[in-house]
Design a protein around this ligand. Structure first.
Ligand SMILES: [Ca+2]
Ligand SMILES: [Ca+2]
Length: 154
């Protein structure tokens, strides 16, 4: 097995890795430790998906980001990355709803100011005005714009 270690930031615990290992070994049809195009094809035909070699190769490229096979570490990383993104979006959305006190879908100046105080990063009025000046609507910020701002800082 690999001695690849995940850092704390990856938020992967032993139990999770074990369930990844189980899924992985299901997908690794010939049990050689790598999910290949061949393995994918066997699995898909078992599931009654009639797929061409080309389709399977395309699918593999999508999962492995251009590669031709996946080992366990690649597999976990591709799944974790995917989950983190949607988790992140979900958290942003619920945070947005909490701070959008009047539920109009826009964080206005006071709502932003409250939100920043709440997360312990108060900005000056000028700084908030500057953020707002970058948005399409100078009186407030929509969820999509907020997400865009977060993503640009990442
Ligand atoms: Ca295999
Ligand atoms: Ca609002």
């Amino acid at each position: 097995m690999n001695d690849f270690k995940f850092t704390k930031d990856d938020a992967v615990d032993d139990e999770l890795i074990q369930s990844f290992q189980e899924v992985f070994s299901l997908l690794d049809h010939d049990k050689d430790g790598v999910i290949s195009v061949y393995d994918l094809k066997v699995i898909l035909s078992k599931l009654n998906h009639d797929v061409s070699d080309e389709d399977v190769t395309d699918l593999m490229k999508q999962i492995s980001q251009g590669g031709e096979s996946l080992d366990l570490v690649d597999f976990i990383i591709s799944v974790v990355k995917k989950n983190n993104n949607s988790l992140f979006e979900e958290e942003c959305r619920s945070a947005f709803q909490v701070f959008d006190k009047n539920n109009d879908g826009i964080l206005d100046f006071f709502e932003i100011s409250n939100a920043l105080d709440f997360i312990g990063e108060p900005l000056t009025n000028e700084e908030i005005m500057e953020i707002l000046s970058k948005t399409s609507n100078p009186t407030g910020i929509t969820y999509d714009e907020l997400l865009g701002l977060f993503n640009s800082y990442q």
